[in-house]
Structures are given as structure tokens and as C-alpha cells.
Write a protein that binds this ligand. Structure first.
Ligand code: CUA
Length: 173
């Protein structure tokens, strides 16, 4: 009897291991095959294209427009802390390096889904300066409940202009 239980447990573990590798071996290639290739490849996100590390954070465009680029991944947001000016429309562009995550800016109605192979874009204006926690709202695995970023909204005059290639983040806290 004991042996039988041991066998069942062992098979369950093998099954779990198979399921967890399935994502990279089956799901991702299938995703790419069916047009997922239009978006950024979750596997090479950090290496090339719009979401390389040096391009993440707040960027300033023409006429003072601000774009924030972020990656969500198990179980952090990169960058972990962003700083933006108040009262200015902020365009968020975000993608995921693995599974589906959801950002929400606590204390506001603003939220964004981050999915692998897709860039989600939305524009929000934070009227007043303040600090907002960014908890992940989509169950994404064991570290889900600890997955949170931070948004620092500063008065407009405190947000110094950025040079064309310059990207801004704040110190993680
Ligand atoms: Cu990421 Cu939950």
C-alpha cells in the first residue's frame, strides 16, 4: 500500500514537471506560429527591441509627452519603481516576459494587462502628486502576492526634462 502511494506521488510529480515545461516547449512556439511574432518575443525581450533594459522607464517625446515602458515578469515589474510628472498624459507600454500579469495603480481606477508577445498601451493622467503601489492583480504563480511595483507621481516642475535617449526610474523602495 505504501509503495503504491509512493508511486502515485512520483507520477504526480513527473506530471507537474511536464506541465511546467510545457509552456516553453508547446505554448510559446504555438503562440509564435499564430501571429504572436508581431509583438515582442518574450524570450528575447531583454536582449533586443523596444524593451531592452536601457529603454525601460519614463521617456520624453515631442512636446513634453511622456511614455513609460515596463516589463512584467514572475514576480517583479521592471523597473520596480517609476517616476512620472502629475497632470500630464502618460502613455504606458507594457509587455510580459512570461505569463499574464495585471498592473493596477492602487487608489485609482487605472489598470493594465501585461501578456507575453503583446504590447498593451494605455494613456492615463495622474492629476495629483502622490505615491501609488502597483500590485499585480492576476494570479501568476507562487510569488504573485509579493509582486508589486511602485509609482511616484511628482509635481510637474519637479520632473526635470529628459534628453532624447534618457530614461528615468526612481530608486526602488
Ligand atoms: Cu504577476 Cu500576479
Amino acid at each position: 500500500m505504501k509503495k503504491k502511494i509512493g508511486f502515485v506521488v512520483a507520477m504526480a510529480l513527473v506530471g507537474l514537471a511536464l506541465l511546467s515545461t510545457r509552456y516553453y516547449l508547446v505554448d510559446l512556439p504555438v503562440w509564435h506560429f499564430f501571429g504572436g511574432s508581431n509583438g515582442p518575443d518574450p524570450v528575447t525581450l531583454h536582449l533586443r527591441g523596444e524593451f531592452v533594459e536601457s529603454n525601460l522607464g519614463a521617456a520624453e517625446g515631442p512636446a513634453g509627452s511622456v511614455t513609460v515602458r515596463m516589463i512584467a515578469q514572475q514576480f517583479v515589474f521592471v523597473p520596480q519603481c517609476i517616476v512620472i510628472p502629475a497632470g500630464v498624459p502618460i502613455t504606458f507600454r507594457i509587455t510580459s516576459a512570461d505569463t499574464v500579469h495585471k498592473l493596477s495603480f492602487m487608489g485609482t481606477n487605472y489598470g493594465l494587462e501585461a501578456a507575453p508577445g503583446v504590447v498593451t498601451e494605455a494613456t492615463f493622467t495622474f492629476a495629483k502628486a502622490g505615491e501609488f503601489k502597483i500590485p499585480c492583480q492576476e494570479f501568476c504563480g507562487a510569488g504573485h502576492y509579493a509582486m508589486r511595483g511602485h509609482l511616484d507621481v511628482v509635481p510637474r516642475h519637479q520632473f526635470a526634462s529628459l534628453l532624447p535617449g534618457e530614461r528615468r526610474t526612481c530608486e526602488p523602495r
